[in-house]
Design a protein around this ligand. Structure first.
Ligand SMILES: O=c1ccn([C@H]2C[C@H](O)[C@@H](CO)O2)c(=O)[nH]1
Ligand SMILES: [Zn+2]
Length: 135
């Protein structure tokens, strides 16, 4: 991926985030790496629960962690799983990214083979609903 933004070193970091997943039920480990405005890293992993809907995805873990630490401006998010296809965020995570990230923020979906797909938040949730819709 050579878009002038993506850094290869993010691959190692997002895999570190993935290693922190808590997935006794699905065994499907997801890692998310938020890149802050000043090139800092916020790690996110999926954290499951015996009450399945209480599970939080890796992407939302990272965003909630960032906001909880008063970090609210991001350059990018990188996602990884062990699946063959590059990781694609679920609908709930797309909605939360729409709320908390810029529409044009890049989302890098990666796999263990080194493939990277880049889409913006807006491209992942076209015509998405936001607070602007009830202003
Ligand atoms: O965008 C997604 C989609 C799924 N998962 C997690 C939730 C659950 O723990 C596991 C299987 O759905 O993957 C994520 O972390 N991010
Ligand atoms: Zn999700």
């Amino acid at each position: 991926m050579n878009d002038g933004i993506f850094k290869e070193e993010w691959i190692k970091e997002v895999q570190e985030a993935q290693s922190r997943a808590y997935t006794p039920y699905s065994r499907f480990n997801v890692g998310a790496l938020l890149i802050t405005e000043d090139d800092g890293y916020i790690y996110g992993a999926n954290i499951e629960n015996a009450a399945y809907p209480a599970t939080i995805c890796a992407e939302r873990s990272a965003l909630v962690s960032a906001y909880s630490n008063n970090i609210t401006k991001f350059k990018a998010i990188v996602i990884v799983t062990d699946a063959d296809e590059p990781a694609s965020p679920c609908g709930v995570c797309r909605q939360v990214m729409k709320e908390l990230c810029h529409d044009d923020m890049p989302v890098y979906m990666t796999n263990k083979s080194g493939d990277v797909i880049r889409r913006t938040v807006d491209e992942l949730l076209p015509l998405g609903f936001s607070g602007k819709d009830f202003e």
